[in-house]
Ligand binder design. Structure first.
Ligand code: FAD
Length: 468
């Protein structure tokens, strides 16, 4: 029988399903190490020597895409089933809210309503943890937006606030989890759904981390981007990849709805702020620079986390450019903290109800939880290895154009990685733009009838005329 590290390497890693979380590199004597690949993605790699000290870890049980790992429902059931209700889209919940932080600078300094940083800070302030583990610039004291972004440990409000904002950038956990194993204390960790699942799987095999990590704070997730996403946007703003020094993916624009935010980029010789929608490749639905693994993950609401925070993409909130959170709680302490702060006026939140939370992530849930069946089917008919998922493969989707849309999304995903690498080698952004544009055009026409296409064409023409 194959050893678990070999099996993981030949299945998940060899077939492109590594999300780069880094958890397989954490066990003592692990044969894995994390590397940044040529596409700007963290990937796990077997050490070259091929000779490894004996390790007790079962790597196929550690990896969120590993064949022997329990799924999100099975993990979450152990933690939350007793005190929570369950919904197949959202997972377990004991509270569902929408709103924003009304005290301090949290909302101003956050991507959305500021709850991400507020929850971490509250856990610290209430003495429930000694440290929070979050993602911030490696040189945050110089400039919050300096790249690279990394998982780091904070222990004060000031340090925690340096980690506000969404970093659509590759990150990995192995380095920081090794520090936690060496440094006693109680920790809260923030992460994307698959990263939180990885932490839960590691805790099942590592008693020290099981004892030290007290809270997992999840982020609602569409998908993770490679470092080339940041580079591609900045390059369109006049900053070539080798000159890019800092980036803020979520600048709130007071004249626009919350989902029309801008991007800030700083290079060696200047900086710029541009509305994100003016830049090619920033349409999240199209999924440029997405890790392949993300197309085979069916967890949007970080179902194994104690609390999860996202954007309330709902018509009643989206017009408020300052940002509004959707929050799902699963842990009794965190729910109580939120309820108390609501009654003290420190949080401006309302009960939302689970159906509205689902509506707030409608597109993400359809892509992740429904269309995944079709993507699995396509891999299977190509005789490729696929990870075990909660959804079964299906050869059909409704409406019918959704199947073509899925095929084009996969094509855009792969093409973005390849063509941007080629553009960097040629030192010519147009290599990427020329390769992607025709496929993106076909993608954006999907599902639009001739009538709707004519209407949007007429609208564009009319707008251009008005501008003149
Ligand atoms: C890759 C990615 C994809 C996302 N997709 C969606 C989506 O589809 N729908 C949706 O509603 N919301 C999504 N979010 C979450 C959203 O962007 C906001 O992060 C969330 O609404 C919290 O905003 P806030 O103002 O409450 O938090 P803030 O106060 O801004 O705090 C954010 C916290 O998240 C941490 N963080 C930032 N980037 C990362 C990262 N890459 N990995 C782990 N922790 C990080 C920060 O360190 C900070 O602690 C995504 C976030 C990321 C990073």
């Amino acid at each position: 029988m194959k050893e678990s590290h070999q099996a993981l390497s030949e299945t998940v890693i060899a077939n492109g399903y590594c999300v780069g979380c880094g958890v397989c590199a954490v066990p003592e004597n692990s044969p894995f190490r994390m590397v940044m690949d040529e596409y700007g993605q963290y990937q796990s790699q077997l050490s070259e020597s091929g000779v490894f000290a004996k390790t007790d870890s079962n790597y196929e049980k550690l990896c969120p895409f590993g064949s022997a790992a329990p799924n999100e429902d099975e993990i979450a059931e152990q933690h939350f089933a007793e005190a929570c209700e369950h919904n197949p889209q959202v997972g377990y919940y004991n509270g569902v809210y929408a709103g924003h932080v009304s005290e301090g600078e949290f909302r101003k300094q956050g991507s959305s309503g500021g709850m991400g940083t507020w929850v971490l800070n509250e856990l610290l302030a209430k003495g429930l943890v000694d440290y929070v583990v979050h993602v911030k610039s490696e040189t945050a004291e110089e400039d919050l937006h300096n790249i690279p972004f990394k998982y780091q440990i904070s222990e004060s409000l000031e340090e925690t606030q340096q980690g506000g904002k969404s970093r659509y950038f590759p990150i990995e956990l192995s380095e920081v989890l090794r520090v936690i194993r060496d440094q006693p204390g109680r920790y809260a960790v923030v992460g994307l759904p698959c990263f939180i699942k990885s932490i839960r799987l590691l805790q099942a095999q590592d008693s020290i981390l099981a004892e030290r990590i007290h809270y997992c704070v999840g982020l609602v997730c569409g998908h993770l981007k490679s470092a080339h996403y940041a580079e591609s946007l900045a390059w369109q703003m006049g900053i070539p990849p080798r000159e890019l020094r800092g980036i803020d993916f979520r600048i709130k624009d007071p004249s626009q709805p919350a989902n029309r935010y801008s991007i800030y980029a700083r290079g060696l010789s200047g900086e710029a702020v541009v509305p994100t929608r003016q830049l090619f490749g920033a349409d999240w639905g199209a999924g440029a620079f997405k890790y392949k693994a993300c197309d085979f993950c069916d967890d949007v609401f970080a179902e194994t986390a104690d609390v999860v925070l996202g954007d309330a993409w709902l018509p009643e909130y989206v017009d408020d450019s300052d940002g509004t959170n959707v929050v799902v709680t699963r842990n009794a302490n965190i729910q109580q903290i939120i309820v108390d702060a609501m009654s003290d006026g420190r949080l401006d939140f309302k009960e939302l109800g689970v159906e509205k939370a689902i509506q707030s992530q409608d597109a993400g849930l359809r892509h992740r939880k429904v269309a995944i069946g079709y993507r699995l089917h396509r891999e299977k008919i190509a005789h490729s290895w696929v990870p075990n998922k909660r959804t079964s493969p299906t050869n059909t989707l409704k409406p019918r154009y959704e199947m073509k849309r899925q095929r084009l999304r996969s094509e855009l995903r792969d093409l973005s990685h390849q063509s941007f690498l080629a553009a960097k080698s040629a030192n010519d952004l147009s290599v990427y733009l020329k390769a992607m544009s025709p496929v993106y055009l076909r993608y954006s026409r999907q599902g639009k009838s001739l009538f709707r296409r004519l209407v949007s064409f007429a609208k564009r023409k009319l707008k251009a005329l008005i501008k003149v």
